[in-house]
Design a protein around this ligand. Structure first.
Ligand SMILES: Cc1cc2nc3c(=O)[nH]c(=O)nc-3n(C[C@H](O)[C@H](O)[C@H](O)COP(=O)(O)OP(=O)(O)OC[C@H]3O[C@@H](n4cnc5c(N)ncnc54)[C@H](O)[C@@H]3O)c2cc1C
Length: 136
């Protein structure tokens, strides 16, 4: 696994048990760079990724066979991935979890961890809402 400070984000071997032969390389980007890549066409995304990987793993482009990509923002039943905290986000969190009348708010963005990015925080927020609804 390689953590880069470039727009490509994390690069990892998705086939670690295959010690030789063809492999799958996965790139995982998030935040604004992910949104920039998501705005590209499918072929352009692959070309962009290869351009970013080549200096890190020379020969990547030459050995490339095929690739695919997914942008979670574009997935109809998902509409995003994990939260993207901006500066000052933590100040909004207590307001985001405040009930509005009979409506209670869950989701990782309402949890107590400002950086989010995990189901743990979504589940934590769900427990909080259940406690709120039970009047405990
Ligand atoms: C590729 C990937 C891998 C991940 N791997 C892990 C992992 O290994 N472990 C881990 O802990 N976390 C992982 N996460 C993060 C985890 O998925 C999130 O932290 C978690 O799903 C957040 O839960 P949530 O309930 O807050 O939001 P979500 O699960 O995003 O739920 C929000 C829901 O609201 C719906 N919605 C959006 N807009 C509207 C609207 N206008 N009206 C009605 N509904 C709407 C969406 O369709 C969605 O179903 C991963 C995320 C991604 C994208």
């Amino acid at each position: 696994m390689l953590s880069t400070d470039g727009p490509i984000g994390t690069v990892r071997d998705a086939t670690p048990r295959r010690t030789e032969g063809r492999k799958i390389l996965e790139c995982w980007t998030s935040g604004w760079s992910a949104q920039a890549v998501a705005s590209m066409g499918p072929e352009e995304r692959i070309d962009f990724a290869l351009g970013e990987i080549e200096p890190i793993l020379p020969g990547a482009r030459e050995n490339f066979e095929l690739g695919t990509s997914i942008a979670w923002d574009d997935e109809r039943y998902i509409e995003g991935a994990y939260i993207l905290p901006e500066r000052g986000h933590h100040e909004l969190m207590e307001h985001a979890r405040r009930p509005e009348g009979r409506i209670h708010f869950a989701g990782e963005h309402t949890a107590y961890e400002p950086n989010g990015g995990s189901m743990n925080y979504a589940l934590e927020s769900a427990i909080r809402v259940v406690i709120e609804l039970s009047g405990a």
